[in-house]
Design a protein around this ligand. Structure first.
Ligand code: ZN
Length: 276
């Protein structure tokens, strides 16, 4: 097995993991910890001011592994769908301003009151197709993140890597995959679909699945504390040629969000070097 202890440069900290921090605090914290990449959410970038955020990140020499997040294309009417596209164009501008390597895209769930899942799938495809020329012009690839099926109704109706790969097949250049182990680890088709995704994997997110899980969204585990075979999935991802960052993304109201963020970063780095 390859030596994983020397690849600290591959670690990216997702801002959701240290939710208490502002962008400036995240940049400083990564400098203190010797971490060279971040994956910010829009809230902290907007709070800092987008242009200033780009300068802060560039001056610190940090890479931006991905920008979280856009998408949410589904809506009950045309006005809602247009508003979603407008917001996604702003997200692309922000991603370009901070030098993000991709914009993570969630499809969106069922519109309020709807039971039309096939219609939601169609709206996602139409939304991505409508956004794509703008994303290509800005040189910001769209990274479709398949989410666990438990989120199909309220956040994302693209629930398997196979479905995300199908959309990529249809869309062509400028679209790829955000692969998050929390959402796909259970899938018996995962090895085949990772191989099929190949060069389309744009960003790779890790955490762990705790047993028992106290909250299906906000009780993600630190890598190594749960049941996901992180080394096995990483091997499959790297076998496709992926050599980008490994982004630790942990939503954890009851545990990690209560801890001192510097301690969280230290443990992320230690786990990155031992179990991821
Ligand atoms: Zn993710």
């Amino acid at each position: 097995m390859r030596d994983l202890s020397n690849d600290r440069g591959l670690l990216a900290i997702n801002s959701a993991t240290v939710k208490a921090w502002s962008l400036a605090q995240l940049v400083d914290g990564c400098a203190r910890a010797g971490i060279s990449a971040i994956a910010p959410w829009r809230d902290i970038v907007q709070a800092h001011g987008v242009e200033k955020a780009g300068k802060l990140i560039r001056d610190a020499g940090l890479a931006v592994s991905c920008y979280c997040r856009g998408g949410m294309f589904t809506a009950a009417d045309d006005a809602g769908r247009r508003a979603a596209l407008d917001d996604n164009r702003r997200a692309i501008d922000e991603a370009a301003a901070i030098g993000a390597r991709s914009l993570v895209i969630l499809g969106g769930g069922l519109p309020p009151g709807s039971k039309n899942l096939a219609g939601a799938h169609r709206q996602v495809r139409e939304g991505i197709a409508a956004l794509l020329p703008y994303a290509r012009a800005a040189n910001v690839p769209l990274a479709i993140e398949p989410l666990h099926p438990m989120t199909a109704a309220d956040r994302c109706c693209v629930n398997t890597l196979a479905h995300a790969n199908d959309i990529c097949d249809e869309m062509g250049d400028g679209v790829g995959i955000a692969l998050d182990v929390y959402h796909v680890w259970w899938d018996p088709d995962l090895p085949r679909q990772i191989a099929r995704a190949g060069k389309r994997i744009l960003t790779y997110h890790v955490c762990d699945w705790l047993v028992p899980t106290r909250d299906l969204v906000f009780d993600r585990g630190m890598p190594g504390d749960g049941v996901i075979d992180l080394r096995a999935i990483r091997s499959m991802v790297e076998a496709t040629g992926y050599n980008g960052h490994i982004d630790v993304e942990i939503f954890s109201t009851q545990d990690w969000w209560k801890r001192e963020p510097d301690e969280v970063l230290r443990i992320c780095l230690e786990r990155h070097q031992t179990v991821v």
